[in-house]
Design a protein around this ligand. Structure first.
Ligand SMILES: [Zn+2]
Length: 285
């Protein structure tokens, strides 16, 4: 299947698993479903192409990760997804993830639209264009800054969408720590690595999306939904998988509505946020 020209992409995460995003939501027209694209890194997870309010968008669930496509192995999910977004000419990207609170002021069901991140991962792909070249395909080469890693325009759309969708508290800033996983952290790690370092929430799936978006010259913003307290932060009581499932099924539809609100109101030609000017052609290959 050839890659269509589309300006907007939504990278799904656990927040919206089971919500039926995007087809089950009001006003969405699904144009294509279950489309697997071939990339130099291998086939992708199934994409959906849809439209809402005149804005067409690509959607891939759960960061493009499947049982056979990981983010911690060569030919990673991130490389496959962003190869498609690059070829599609995507300029606006939103992502989403569940996270644990590492700031004791945050509670489950709080939404954080982050303005900063710290990458604690060790196995993720770092350079998209270099990886594409290593596969024998000629592409440009860019260096970039991350002084504004999250697009302020897309972030404010996610803040507005989250409030409208009924989340009790929506924080328009916060710092995300990105853990390698797949295991969860110990109480000491939560305290020493995150809380004591001024990090508000911890998740596993913001990297490499946040900097691959910059590498392809696109805006990026994320909706982080607190699903639990970081270990040892508030209580050591284990609430169990049952409580987590109940939480996720309660908030997956509001999460989906918040993302869709942002897509509906995006102006794809708007470059006034300045995100795209934070990269430049590089002599590095
Ligand atoms: Zn931007």
């Amino acid at each position: 299947m050839s890659i269509p020209q589309v300006r907007i992409a939504v990278i799904g995460g656990s927040t919206i698993l089971g919500s039926g995003f995007p087809g089950a939501l009001d006003g969405v027209e699904v144009l294509e479903e279950a489309v697997v694209y071939e990339t130099p890194f291998g086939p992708t997870a199934p994409f959906t192409r849809a439209s809402v309010g005149g804005n067409e968008f690509l959607f891939v669930p759960f960061h493009g990760i499947t049982r056979g496509i990981m983010n911690t192995e060569p030919d990673s999910a991130g490389e496959r997804v962003f190869y498609v977004l690059l070829k599609a000419g995507v300029t606006k990207i939103i992502g989403t993830a569940l996270c644990g609170s590492t700031n004791p002021l945050l509670d489950p069901a709080d939404v954080v639209i982050p303005d900063g991140f710290v990458d604690y991962t060790t196995k993720r792909a770092q350079r998209l264009f270099r990886a594409i070249k290593a596969k024998g395909e000629e592409v440009g080469s860019f260096s970039y800054r991350l002084h504004q890693p999250f697009c302020p325009r897309l972030s404010s759309l996610l803040v507005a969408g989250s409030k409208k969708a009924g989340f009790p508290r929506v924080f328009p800033r916060g710092v995300v720590g990105v853990a390698e996983g797949p295991r969860l952290e110990s109480p000491s790690e939560i305290r020493l690595r995150y809380t004591d370092q001024g990090i508000d929430v911890v998740t596993m799936n913001l990297v490499p999306e946040v900097f691959f978006a910059r590498e392809i010259g696109a805006c990026y913003a994320a909706l982080e939904l607190v699903s639990n307290y970081g270990e040892g932060l508030v209580s050591t009581e284990w609430t169990g998988a049952e409580a987590f499932r109940e939480f996720q099924s309660h908030w997956r539809l509001p999460s989906a509505e918040a993302l869709l609100h942002a897509v509906r109101h995006m102006e794809t030609g708007d470059v006034s946020c300045g995100c795209a000017s934070n990269r430049w052609p590089s002599i590095l290959t």
